[in-house]
Design a protein around this ligand. Structure first.
Ligand code: C5P
Length: 218
């Protein structure tokens, strides 16, 4: 219908940071408030979708009225959660700021402070967006985010191609993270670009309306 264009559609959203444990008291992570992803989940629900949110740890309240919320900590856990669910969704929006690397070993005991320098070896985390992009079913729409500090559109389009996403939302990491507002470029496969500036809820709504159109055309 007019007001509920996502009625009958299933939307999966990832949000927030992931946290990669170094030892029982320390971790590495990303600056991510979860606001963009939670706004998308909230607005998708308002537009009539059945919404599942997979979220890393955030300091903000969970969005209301979700059909399902899965709370995870590490990228590995987010990866497993997304892969186990992905086939059941029409739209998958990977908004989480996933840690690219994790400590190769997570120490069982707290690492003692002794030497003047400490080296932690990191290894790559699985890329969730790239995995689902390359295994998506016909009619499934996969959306990624790209937080960049330079060449925002070029890097966003490169990501769209490499990860086989249908849409990439590219933004400036320096202003996007933590803020209530955002300034984004929505990049489509045909290289058409829509620039948006507004609150994260406003951007979420515009994005989801655009995705409805992509669904109709697919
Ligand atoms: O390559 P980069 O991390 O900049 O790409 C960002 C996009 O890829 C986001 O949509 C993010 O959720 C996703 N991503 C992912 N798994 C990773 C790293 C990023 O799904 N390990």
């Amino acid at each position: 219908s007019e007001e509920k264009p996502l009625e009958g559609k299933k939307v999966l959203v990832t949000a927030g940071p992931t946290v990669e444990s170094i030892d029982p008291v320390r971790y590495i992570s990303n600056h991510s408030s979860g606001k963009m992803g939670y706004s998308i989940a909230t607005v998708a629900k308002r537009l009539g979708a059945d919404v599942t949110l997979i979220t890393g740890p955030t300091c903000i309240e969970y969005p209301f009225f979700m059909d399902e919320i899965v709370s995870i900590k590490s990228a590995e856990e987010m990866y497993k959660a997304v892969l186990s669910k992905k086939d059941n969704y029409d739209i998958l929006i990977m908004c989480a700021a996933v840690a690219d690397y994790k400590p190769k070993v997570s120490a069982q005991q707290k690492i003692k402070k002794s030497a003047e320098t400490l080296t932690i070896e990191l290894e790559k985390n699985p890329d969730i967006l790239e995995t689902i992009g390359h295994s998506k079913k016909e009619n499934q729409i996969v959306v990624g985010f790209a937080a960049e500090t330079e060449n925002i559109i070029e890097n966003g389009y490169e990501k769209l191609v490499r990860k086989n996403a249908d849409v990439i939302v590219a933004n400036d990491a320096r202003t996007a993270m933590g803020n209530d507002r955002n300034h984004v470029y929505i990049i489509f496969k045909n290289n058409s670009i829509v620039e948006l500036e507004g609150t994260k809820e406003e951007i979420a709504k515009e994005l989801l309306i655009k995705l409805c159109k992509v669904l109709q055309e697919s």
